[in-house]
Design a binder for this molecule. Structure first.
Ligand code: ZN
Length: 294
């Protein structure tokens, strides 16, 4: 396969970073407003403290945060660094998608050989944007909005029909079937687990009779991961999420910080698992299989 020229990578990377930062700015609005049931379109961004409308030249993603030294241009109330962080993270993910799934054929700079399919890039951008919103809303409110999880599941299945290459297929209904299969693989096993644990914990009176042992939002989100990336991705994300959750939870448990543990949502780990799969899943699974066989 041909090697892409350097100027292509430069142009693609700069475009992805600038566009990603702008999308990240919109994701900040979504993260703040969706859980409050507010419109993400109107009103335009304003300072949470003094209510002053932020003019466009003070609302440039990432740059404005540093130019205004993280403060409101009007009342000097500090803004959370997280706004700039979400913009930077979105920009990073957008450029990683272009690197891992280059819109024209060739070797990727991540070292994989990838058959190019340009429509994958915007679909993965949409997918990652959804995960970012789900993760930060989950951190703030311990919920995952239905518009992201259910909306993402429906969008993933529709994209699977339109772009069967999402699942390595070339015929529309085969792609669609893999999308539906992916949703089922992400949703059903976790839902059965949730109902099983809930039944057991209620019987042992470890939780109230109207409480559930797991959040429902995470499970709907895994349906969306499967619909976009396939059943292997759903399985990988659940295992990776459980592993990452344990790695981070164990030290907290050993330090007797149990209280803190009750407060850590599972959604962000599942999202992290899905992101690792998107960029390095095939490489990790390949290495694991070689380890098993060799
Ligand atoms: Zn202000």
């Amino acid at each position: 396969m041909m090697q892409l020229p350097l100027h292509f990578w430069l142009f693609a990377a700069i475009t992805a970073v600038v566009f990603g930062a702008c999308v990240g700015s919109f994701l900040n609005v979504c993260i703040y407003r969706i859980p409050l049931d507010q419109s993400v379109v109107t009103p335009r961004s304003h300072c949470m403290s003094c209510g002053k409308l932020i003019p466009w030249y003070h609302n440039i993603p990432v740059l404005s945060y540093f130019i205004c030294r993280g403060k409101c241009f009007n009342c000097k109330e500090p803004f959370s660094f997280r706004y700039a962080f979400v913009e930077l993270l979105t920009a990073l993910f957008f450029v990683l998608v272009v690197a891992a799934y280059p819109p024209i054929g060739g070797h990727t700079i991540l070292g994989m050989t990838q058959i190019s399919f340009p429509a994958l890039v915007p679909i993965y951008w949409i997918f990652l944007s959804g995960l970012i919103v789900a993760t930060f809303v989950d951190f703030d409110h311990y919920i995952i909005p239905d518009s992201v999880s259910i909306g993402g599941s429906i969008a993933g299945i529709i994209f699977s029909f339109i772009v069967p290459e999402l699942h390595g297929q070339s015929i529309w209904w085969q792609g669609g079937l893999y999308g539906i299969l992916g949703f089922v693989a992400g949703f059903v096993p976790l839902q059965l687990l949730r109902l099983g644990f809930t039944w057991y914990f209620r019987k042992r009176e470890r939780i109230e009779q109207d409480e559930y042992a797991m959040g429902f939002g995470d499970i709907k989100l895994m349906g969306a991961v499967g619909a976009f990336l396939g059943y292997q991705a759903a399985g990988f994300s659940i295992l990776a999420g459980a592993f990452l959750g344990t790695v981070i939870a164990l030290p907290l448990l050993l330090c007797g910080k149990r209280k803190l543990l009750d407060k850590i949502p599972f959604g962000p780990y599942l999202s992290l698992g899905a992101i690792i799969y998107l960029f390095w899943g095939e490489a990790i699974i390949g290495a694991y299989l070689r380890l098993l066989i060799g």
